[in-house]
Design a protein around this ligand. Structure first.
Ligand SMILES: [Zn+2]
Length: 171
């Protein structure tokens, strides 16, 4: 819905209501009671229609304000974010990726910085906004450092087991 055309429709409804009011004022003596009621019903309908059109315009303006705010935020981030491991990151002063990770699809297409989340399937990550998924160990372990720590402990345990098996006394 275009707000300019909705405003035009609202103005037409107001004009209709005003014309009916003018007609009632000018010709009130010649109109019969039933005609009065009919004209008043037309006027009430035109005013109700105007009210709805103004509510639609308010929704459209609110939606545009939200879009403008998102675009301003994306514009301010555009020069700052870095692309690494299939995601956008906000770097610290040394250039290390610390903020985010943000969905590259949402940022490039919708201009929204949407933070990725770890999926149930390791090392898959997903975007809660566009629902896209991809596999990335660096992104996944950034989001789930506990999972990376568990992997390290598991690998250390495996390496100890391997050492013991190779030892002749362990058989
Ligand atoms: Zn996304």
């Amino acid at each position: 819905m275009d707000p300019v055309s909705t405003i035009g429709t609202a103005l037409a409804s107001i004009t209709t209501a005003a014309d009916i009011a003018k007609l009632l004022i000018d010709g009130s003596l010649s109109l019969k009671n039933a005609e009065w009621k009919l004209r008043l019903a037309d006027m009430a309908e035109a005013l109700a229609s105007t009210r709805q059109q103004i509510l639609d315009i308010r929704d459209l303006v609110t939606e545009r304000d939200k879009t403008i705010s998102q675009l301003q935020e994306a514009l301010s981030l555009k020069g700052k974010l870095i692309l690494k491991d299939s995601a956008y990151w906000l770097p610290d002063e040394k250039g290390n990726a610390v903020g985010g990770p943000f969905c590259s699809r949402c940022f490039e297409i919708d201009h929204v910085a949407c933070t990725l989340v770890a999926d149930e399937k390791e090392p898959q990550v997903k975007c809660p906004n566009c629902k896209s998924t991809f596999c990335s160990k660096p992104v996944y372990y950034h989001l789930r450092p506990d999972a990376e720590e568990a992997h390290k402990k598991y690998n250390v345990m495996l390496s100890h087991l391997g050492t013991q098996r190779r030892h002749p006394m362990s058989f």
